[in-house]
Design a protein around this ligand. Sequence first.
Ligand code: ZN
Length: 230
Amino acid sequence: MDFKDPEVAAGATRNIPCPHCGRVHCVTPVAVLRPGDPELKELFCGRLNVIHCPDCDRRFTLNVPLLYRDDPRRMLIYCLVMDDPSRWRETEAQMRELILRLFEGAAPEEVPQLRLTLSRRGFIEKIALHSKELDDRIIEFLKFQLFRRKEGQIDPEEFELLYDFSSDDAEKLVLLLFERRTGKPGGAVHYPIEVYRELAELFNGEEDWRKELELLFPSYYVNVDRLLFE
Ligand SMILES: [Zn+2]
């Protein structure tokens, strides 16, 4: 799928055949989400843009680009589900072109922060981190440390780590392991929230550390995979 401005696609009704039986459904997928939207709940439960086909009694998900926008906090998060995650580079380049066009002549502080995600799981994670005011770059850095540690090593080819947004314990930070191939859960790593806070202080305090974080995640695809599979 190519990168397109999801605002353009928003609200567009189209005919989509059921992938199981071929019955054509006239659908209007949700393409844009904002803080407080009831559709966010659907997204988090895995029901957003899911169609139930009455002919074959099966469900399928509409694969449309999704955009989360928080205008007051100037954040845009895109989700483009791709089978080949190595295509993030070209997608990032397409996004950059669009943003340059949209915000031509704008003052730097008017240009929103942008994130690109290639899976729904990743999209939900980014929205959750943003709503809890956690810096996703530091979370990705923590994941990198975990993949690199010697003891209890986690194979990044086999597993991915995702922030546990369901935890209400504000004193803890939990990263969940999932099998990349099947999406099956494979355990959890718990941190006291201080670990995050100390890292955030370090990276946001010292100029050298701030630059380091910018070097690690220089653009929209803020994902540990960028560091692991370069
Ligand atoms: Zn069907």
